[in-house]
Ligand binder design. Structure first.
Ligand SMILES: Cc1cc2nc3c(=O)[nH]c(=O)nc-3n(C[C@H](O)[C@H](O)[C@H](O)COP(=O)(O)OP(=O)(O)OC[C@H]3O[C@@H](n4cnc5c(N)ncnc54)[C@H](O)[C@@H]3O)c2cc1C
Length: 364
């Protein structure tokens, strides 16, 4: 029977995927995050939910103790412009898709929330591209991935480190045809705060949102901003330093509780490849920096194989792990919980404008 403290549960959904009699539902708590709820009337206590939980049974990590580190970017400027950092996710995906494989990753759904999906064509890839700063719902994607793996299809699964760990623990078997690619993760924001914030923007602009892009590079990769396009053709654009939702994210105001004590950081990594922004990269070429630089951690022989396969489509230079960690502490360390987090969620219960709440709490 699944018993897990709220501080530990990542919401990866492995338990929900594993339950053979579908007696687990992922339900929203008062902060807007999904947690498993067991129907004890139906539960047969088979134990598969606990067995699949990566927070209870942390997967054995057999990857490199010290990854190979590269600063890299796609040679395709259009891909790079549309990606958060250097577009390496897209280049890896192209390789997998062109060879007849599948890619799983996070996309926006029709309500602007984020969910995991599976694709097998290049034309669908734009949906997965770009960092989305809210927790993605995994639904029953682990089951779908397993089905494809059993059919000998290659699957590249991408997501946060806890989602990679959830999939591994759920599968409970090694698959040569599974390629895991995660991100360095600061933490995931509350879907409730996110939804309220963007609903308010819709009211302000008197129009529904068409697209959200948190990593617009019009002012360069380092000066990225949030661009929201509305159905009436108008646009909201703010730098990450002035957009209130992003400021609250960077102040750790509304991350999932488990993110403040993440068990999936450090080395060896769970996934074959880890992607991130190479903040602080030293490069004598401001033009390249303006377009965005990815950090690649190669964590396994499989990861090495895939990076070699895309070597004609990317530019890369070897760096040290120290170079990589200098400006990216989230690789190894969880961010601290904001002391104002409780205040934030208490204030949200009152019908006050979310943007005002975030601003006044940050400046409090
Ligand atoms: C919530 C979050 C926090 C992050 N924190 C950091 C950080 O602290 N430091 C850092 O250097 N980089 C961080 N990143 C990673 C970084 O922003 C880029 O995603 C990464 O560099 C890959 O960029 P790309 O240009 O190769 O591909 P892109 O096309 O930009 O990235 C797409 C990839 O991101 C995945 N993805 C997007 N949104 C989500 C989501 N909500 N949940 C799970 N997977 C998602 C997609 O599945 C796909 O694999 C974070 C990303 C996210 C989503």
């Amino acid at each position: 029977m699944l018993e897990l403290k709220k501080e530990k549960c990542t919401g990866c959904g492995a338990c929900n995927n594993a339950c053979p009699i579908k007696c687990i539902n992922m339900e929203e708590d008062e902060e807007g995050f999904l947690y498993p709820q067991v129907d004890f009337q139906k539960c047969t206590e088979c134990g598969l939910c606990e067995k699949s939980c990566p927070a209870i049974n942390i997967p054995v990590r057999e990857n490199f103790k010290e990854p190979e580190v590269y600063a890299a970017w796609s040679l395709d400027d259009a891909v790079r412009a549309d990606s958060s950092s250097g577009g390496i996710f897209t280049e890896l995906s192209h390789k997998v898709l062109d060879d007849g494989g599948y890619v799983s990753g996070a996309r926006y759904n029709t309500d602007n929330l984020v969910e995991h999906c599976l694709i097998n064509r290049r034309e669908q890839l734009h949906e997965l591209r770009q960092s989305k700063y809210v927790q993605s719902e995994t639904g029953l994607i682990f089951k779908d991935v397993k089905m494809l793996l059993e059919e000998n299809k290659t699957v590249m699964f991408t997501g946060t480190p806890c989602q990679s760990a959830g999939l591994l623990q759920y599968l409970d078997k090694k698959y040569d045809n599974l390629f895991l690619c995660d991100i360095v993760c600061h933490g995931v924001n509350s879907p409730m705060v996110y939804l309220k914030y963007f609903k308010e923007l819709e009211e302000e602009y008197s129009s529904r949102i068409k697209t959200i892009n948190f990593r617009n590079k019009r002012n360069g990769w380092k000066e990225f901003g949030t661009s929201v396009i509305f159905e009436n053709g108008e646009e909201y654009f703010r730098s990450h330093k002035t957009d209130s939702f992003f400021k609250g994210f960077l102040a750790n105001l509304y991350l999932r509780r488990s993110c403040y004590n993440c068990q999936f950081k450090g080395f060896p990594r769970v996934s074959d490849i880890t992607l991130a922004d190479f903040w602080g990269v030293v490069l004598n070429n401001e033009k390249e920096i303006f377009k965005g630089i990815s950090l690649i951690l190669i964590n396994s022989e499989k990861g090495k194989f895939y990076i070699e396969k895309i070597s004609n489509n990317i530019s890369k230079m070897q760096k040290t792990l120290n170079d990589a960690m200098l400006k990216n502490p989230c690789m190894v360390k969880s961010v601290p919980m904001s002391t104002k987090r409780d205040l934030m969620f208490k204030a949200l219960k009152k019908e006050i404008n979310v943007e005002n709440i975030i601003c006044s709490i940050i400046n409090y």
